[in-house]
Design a protein around this ligand. Structure first.
Ligand code: AMP
Ligand code: MN
Ligand code: MN
Ligand code: MN
Length: 278
């Protein structure tokens, strides 16, 4: 069984159409797939249709942005009902915040001499409700301002850089509620990232709050996890009794470390999250 439960289409900041994400997954041997666009569900229907046509099992998903101790944390929701009214209206509020942030990012970049960045980013976004840092970065690469995406983030868009706007996303508990209310399972995405950003005490507290709020899973196998990190989060899953997930976090061929469906299998003693999804 080849499972990938974290990837993006151009309805958020991925490069491919949802159907092309599914075709790529199928071509790479994926048998169970979730599309988890940032704060957006619009690609679900197209992806589900293509998955059905190709015989790939498909789980509706999402990746929702959360603010925890002034840092951004991502929570993946798997097996959600994409038509859930409460989830949809909550996401509309997130989109309003994103639009405001995009304007403020453009203003901040203009102050360091880079004008026209919002219209530039908009040209790279299929879904105008979901403008993110990756769209700004693609525009800055395409217009020759910076050589590649990691360099853009390093100089302009990473936390604390001139184009970075501190933004208050939703609360962790609230997002877990949205996901559970829509019938889904909340999974802590790529936890290694937060270990690098937070103190040990703050990271432990993040997991405690997540579990207390009803979070049930953690990405053990993530596209950005080293083998040591896989072991570390396998241990965490065992300690908290969390379901284990696998996700490449694929965004596009030239932008992602790991292709869709190319993560290693989970340590065999962990309970895979898909036991609860299918
Ligand atoms: P946003 O939700 O708009 O803040 O954008 C976050 C997205 O930016 C992540 O999901 C990645 O796709 C991308 N990203 C974040 N950090 C980097 C980085 N250092 N290099 C390339 N892409 C990044
Ligand atoms: Mn992204
Ligand atoms: Mn993420
Ligand atoms: Mn992601």
């Amino acid at each position: 069984m080849n499972v990938d439960l974290h990837c993006h289409s151009n309805f958020s900041d991925g490069c491919l159409e949802p159907a092309d994400v599914v075709r790529r997954a199928h071509g790479n041997g994926v048998t169970l797939l979730s599309l988890t666009d940032h704060d957006a569900l619009d690609g679900t229907e197209e992806a589900a249709r293509e998955a059905a046509a190709l015989g790939v099992r498909f789980v509706p998903g999402i990746e929702i942005s959360v603010t925890y101790q002034n840092r951004t944390v991502h929570v993946v929701g798997l097996g959600i009902d994409p038509e859930n009214p409460a989830l949809k209206s909550s996401l509309e509020r997130v989109h309003a915040g994103r639009a405001e942030r995009a304007q403020r990012m453009a203003d901040a970049l203009a102050r360091v001499g880079l004008g026209g960045m919002l219209s530039g980013a908009q040209r790279f976004a299929r879904n105008q409700a979901m403008i993110g840092r990756a769209h700004f970065a693609r525009h800055m690469v395409a217009s020759g301002i910076m050589p590649d995406m990691p360099t853009v983030f390093k100089h302009y868009l990473a936390h604390g850089k001139p184009g970075f706007i501190p933004h208050r996303w939703a609360e962790l508990e609230e997002v877990v509620d949205w996901i559970r209310g829509a019938g889904g399972i909340a999974v802590m995405a790529h936890p290694a990232r937060y270990c690098k950003q937070l103190s040990k005490a703050a990271f432990d507290n993040l997991i405690d709050i997540f579990v207390a709020a009803g979070g049930e899973g953690v990405e053990v196998m993530a596209g950005t996890h080293s083998p040591e990190e896989v072991q570390r989060f396998a241990t965490l899953a065992r300690r908290y009794g969390l379901l284990a997930s696998v996700g490449s976090d694929f965004h596009g061929e030239s932008e992602s470390l790991v292709d869709i469906g190319r993560c290693n299998p989970l340590p065999p003693d962990l309970e895979p999250v898909w036991h609860r999804l299918v």
